[in-house]
Design a protein around this ligand. Structure first.
Ligand SMILES: [Zn+2]
Length: 447
């Protein structure tokens, strides 16, 4: 007998956490942080006892999928964490950075010490295409989710009354065509599929068009001697942007203009990426194996220390500043927005998804007045969005991902805002399957 309980990312995109109980075995899939307006939910009790969890499986190293792991450990979880080696490597960087931010808050969710305790529990590694026997007859397998480096979707299978049952958790699913990642892998059959729905109602611009758009916007802004601010996620998006800027540098399209990578986390993650050449597209893998760094070019200046960061403002224009956080909720990008957003000649170029109610969402929706670190800021700079860089599949790709899975009894939709979920649900009903359900928070479902 198996039960599913939703512990996050229900009718929203953050706080991914799914509990699967198979008999007496309790498996948690992801333990992510709630972000944006859902942030206070991180302080609520887990809807289960962390001490009772037997296994924690992590699909990838984004904070909305791993951010509450140290909290889970602090609250008593002490068993095995299963993930890929690359996700482990990157999770260490992401969680330490997360604790550094949390320790500055009035109400500290967890500390660096809690992160150290969590890191000790990453003791079991599984790679895409591999299967692991947990206990009894429970097996888990991974496939490459094509979302970010090391990301996987998970199948959990077990025998009930002599019959095999298979449950898939999609994790976050990538686009079919990406800039640097290895290609997505598909599942062929399962009884139950829990699938992310971030872009359940949207169709992305093609990646080729988006790359062209990105490069054109940079060229135009450089001609106008603008300051270009790119709020970027440290993990994957920054490396994609660096790879594209390297291409521009080699084509002499950057005009020797300085590009500042102003994020210690992004600098560390970029370095870590180079340790896993086999997880990239063939093009990038070949470059790394030839000894070339796909994320390095002559105009790039990495500003690790605070002093180096503060010094950027004194440097001549035009200039390009890549800084976190990707949704402008923290990190160094806020400082640059304060400095440069009021000038209509400057450009703020969004290259990633902006969660509802975040500062990034407000600016990207062209709100003229925002408040940042208690200061009111007038945003007159040009605002632009490149939606096609998304590391998430769009509606068409989600449908195609689900369509490859045969023998489905029911599809459960998670990790999406309500309008995206409802549109995707209707699309699935008309094109694929009758049984599709939008999961509610704390809902318990018999599988
Ligand atoms: Zn993700």
């Amino acid at each position: 007998m198996a039960f599913y309980t939703s512990c996050g990312a229900a009718q929203e995109v953050t706080g991914s956490c799914h509990l699967l109980e198979i008999g007496k075995i309790k498996i948690l899939i992801d333990c992510g942080m709630f972000q944006g307006q859902e942030g206070p939910m991180n302080f609520e009790e887990f809807p289960f006892n962390p001490e009772d969890i037997n296994y924690l499986i992590l699909t990838h190293a984004h904070i909305d999928h791993i951010g509450r792991v140290p909290l889970l450990v602090k609250k008593g979880f002490k068993n095995t964490i299963i993930t890929t080696k690359s996700t482990f490597h990157i999770s260490k960087l992401m969680l330490k950075n997360s604790a550094g931010i949390l320790e500055t808050k009035e109400d500290v969710l967890y500390t660096k010490e809690d992160v150290d305790n969590a890191i000790k529990l990453f003791t079991s590694f599984l790679e895409p295409k591999e299967t692991m026997l947990l206990e009894g007859d429970i097996k888990i397998s991974f496939k490459d989710a094509g979302h970010i480096l090391g990301s996987v979707s998970v199948k959990i299978e077990f025998i009930e009354d002599g019959v095999k049952k298979e449950i898939i958790f999609s994790g976050d699913i990538g686009q079919e065509s990406r800039i640097i990642s290895s290609p997505i892998e598909y599942w062929d059959k399962a009884n139950y599929v829990f699938v992310e729905s971030t872009y359940g109602s949207s169709i992305h611009d093609s990646i080729e068009l988006s790359i062209q758009n990105f490069k054109d916007q940079i060229k135009q802004a450089l001609n106008k001697k603008s300051v270009i601010i790119i709020p970027s996620f440290a993990l994957e998006r920054t490396q994609e942007i660096l790879f594209l800027l390297k291409q521009m540098s080699e084509n002499k399209e950057l005009n020797d203009v300085s590009v500042y990578l102003d994020s210690p986390l992004a600098i560390d993650v970029t370095k870590a990426f180079l340790e896993f050449p086999e997880l990239f597209s063939k093009e990038i893998e070949t470059l790394i194996k030839k000894g070339e760094n796909p994320f390095e070019f002559k105009e790039l200046i990495k500003t690790y220390s605070k002093e180096e960061s503060l010094n950027i403002v004194t440097q001549r224009q035009p200039k390009i500043i890549i800084a976190g956080s990707g949704m402008c909720e923290g990190g160094r990008v806020g400082y640059h927005i304060q400095k440069y957003a009021s000038n209509p000649n400057n450009l703020i170029l969004f290259v990633g998804f902006q969660v509802n109610h975040t500062i990034g969402r407000k600016i990207s929706q062209k709100d003229k007045h925002i408040e940042l670190h208690g200061k009111k800021i007038e945003v007159n700079a040009q605002i632009s969005k490149i939606s096609g860089f998304s590391s998430h599949a769009d509606q068409k790709e989600l449908i195609s991902w689900i369509d490859k899975v045969k023998n489905i009894d029911c599809i459960y939709l998670v990790h999406g805002e309500n309008n995206q979920l409802e549109t995707l649900k209707n699309k699935i009903k008309t094109q694929l399957h009758d049984k599709v359900h939008v999961v509610k928070l704390k809902e318990r479902i018999y599988l």
